[in-house]
Design a protein around this ligand. Structure first.
Ligand SMILES: Cc1cc2nc3c(=O)[nH]c(=O)nc-3n(C[C@H](O)[C@H](O)[C@H](O)COP(=O)(O)OP(=O)(O)OC[C@H]3O[C@@H](n4cnc5c(N)ncnc54)[C@H](O)[C@@H]3O)c2cc1C
Ligand code: SF4
Length: 335
């Protein structure tokens, strides 16, 4: 591992200032993703700014919903009574991820920014446009450096929204639940603070796959807001994976349904494991409102969500798997 210097921040403003003071600096929170990436020489920062001591771990009521500090640990959020009562979908998704030990270290901000699990991204001997990008998309001289997964072994890769540069997926379970819950990410940086709706936070790869999110390098995530209480209806996080635990999702579904007399009043469906960002199409959810909560309605919605799916050599199975998982998750929340 390349040597690096270390600084500990005690206030958000100091963290931003410390990060800006030296190029090639990175924030470190729980370290469960970043330290692995440094050991593999995928990330090679000159300086780590430790943000784990910032006072950003509270979980508090806010505007009828909840504000969850970026430094709150995944295990604390999953066990929190307010989260369990108002947003059980989030607790369920968090508990589906990693292992108890990892969840005790992992933070909400770090989970939002965890990087893809594409094997070629982690192997520096392999070509990867995300790890070693070409020039920016706007530059006429853009030359991709290559993608090991396209034409390689791509069983875990994306079927939706991928590009000729990158077919990686976002590996987080939490992000899928946040997408279904209309979360808002609060960030602060040298130019002030801003709020980013979760559906705009993560990006599709396009010709700049090195950018997973719209966050600038010098911005600090301070909190995640869950704006309105999702008490009505039922929710479920369904994760399909190769092992029953301690494995990333091949496909996952965060579903929430409000029904009345068997008719759908409100629907939310977000998919994980299928794209570079949590996949959610509000327009499909709107078409479900007023329809009966039956398998036929669920199948139509699933097929609309997966329209345009483009499989690669080893992952065509994900299309049927995703359709089945969507239907099963919706049946679970409609019964
Ligand atoms: C073996 C293993 C299995 C796993 N299984 C799963 C799984 O099944 N499902 C799942 O969802 N996840 C899984 N994970 C991933 C785990 O959830 C993430 O590693 C964790 O959430 C990252 O949080 P962290 O606080 O440790 O982040 P760190 O590693 O500290 O940071 C990750 C990135 O976020 C940046 N960062 C962190 N906090 C902030 C902030 N507040 N503002 C700006 N930038 C920030 C860092 O600079 C870094 O780039 C697994 C991880 C491992 C190692
Ligand atoms: S899919 Fe993306 S992350 Fe994986 S090798 Fe290709 S460019 Fe890199």
């Amino acid at each position: 591992m390349k040597s690096f210097s270390y600084a500990q921040a005690t206030k958000p403003a100091d963290a931003v200032q410390l990060l800006g003071a030296q190029p090639q600096s990175k924030f470190i929170a729980g370290g469960t993703n970043l330290v692995d990436l440094m050991k593999y020489a995928v990330e090679n920062p000159d300086r780590l700014v430790d943000i784990s001591h910032l006072d950003l771990a509270k979980i508090e009521p806010a505007n009828g919903g909840l504000r969850i500090g970026a430094l709150a640990r995944n295990s604390d959020v999953a066990a929190n009574a307010l989260v369990q009562k108002q947003f059980p979908l989030l607790a369920e998704a968090l508990l589906a991820g990693a292992s108890p030990q990892l969840r005790n270290m992992a933070t909400m901000g770090g989970n939002l920014l965890q990087r893809t699990r594409c094997n070629y991204f982690y192997d520096v001997s392999q070509p990867c446009n995300k790890r070693t990008p070409g020039r920016d998309a706007g530059d006429a001289a853009f030359r991709p450096t290559g993608c090991g997964a396209i034409g390689g072994y791509n069983r875990i890769h994306a079927i939706l929204g991928s590009s000729e540069s990158c077919i990686a997926t976002n590996p987080s379970d939490m992000n899928v639940a946040l997408a279904a819950l209309d979360a808002v990410v609060q960030v602060t940086g040298p130019n002030g603070s801003r709020s980013i709706p979760i559906l705009e936070f993560h990006r599709l790869p396009g010709t700049t796959p090195q950018r997973d999110t719209v966050l600038e390098d010098n911005e600090l995530i301070t909190a995640i807001d869950l704006p309105t209480s999702a008490v009505g209806g039922k929710s479920h996080y369904l994760k399909v994976r190769d092992r029953a635990s301690y494995a990333f999702a091949l496909v996952s579904v965060a579903a929430r349904l409000v029904t009345q007399n068997g008719m759908i009043r409100e629907a939310r469906i977000a998919l994980g494991g299928v794209a570079h960002k949590p996949w959610r199409l509000p327009v499909v959810e709107q078409t479900m409102v007023g329809k009966p909560a039956t398998e036929a309605t669920f199948r139509t919605a699933a097929q609309a969500l997966l329209a345009g799916a483009k499989p690669h050599e080893h992952n065509a199975f994900k299309i049927q798997l995703a359709e089945n998982a969507i239907i099963r998750a919706l049946q679970t929340v409609s019964s």
